[in-house]
Design a protein. Structure first.
Length: 127
């Protein structure tokens, strides 16, 4: 019964990921990793002996420990990649903000220059 549940979870996850990508809620680059996770769930649901075999070859006495350890490692890597991406986005946002401030200062300087050129000169009015 557990294998059927894991298989269903994998298939539902794959369908959800597909719908999110289709509706532009999830970028394709991010979806690839999640599709792999869904495929892994489906594979383990259909053939749970694969994890038992790998754990046995690695010398792990209790196979679910391997699955949990791999899950923690994968989530840690995912969080690290998300932090790296967030840092890049923050740097890009900071640079765009600086460029915007420079452009606004240039616009204000040009507006002030235009105003001073449009005003009639007091000396010119006396002639």
């Amino acid at each position: 019964m557990m294998t059927v549940g894991v298989t269903v979870i994998g298939l539902v996850a794959a369908a959800t990921i597909f719908l999110l990508v289709r509706r532009d809620k999830l970028h394709v680059n991010h979806a690839l990793g999640w599709v792999l996770v869904a495929a892994l769930f489906t594979l383990l649901g259909l053939a749970p002996m694969v994890m038992d075999y790998i754990a046995l070859k690695l010398g792990i006495g209790y196979p679910p420990t391997l699955a949990l350890t791999l899950g923690i490692v994968i989530l840690t890597i995912k969080i690290l990649l998300m932090d790296i991406e967030r840092s890049r986005s923050e740097v890009a946002l900071h640079r765009v903000t600086q460029r915007l401030a420079i452009q606004e200062a240039k616009i204000e300087a040009l507006a002030a220059q235009t105003e001073s050129e449009d005003r009639p000169d007091k000396d010119a009015a006396n002639f």
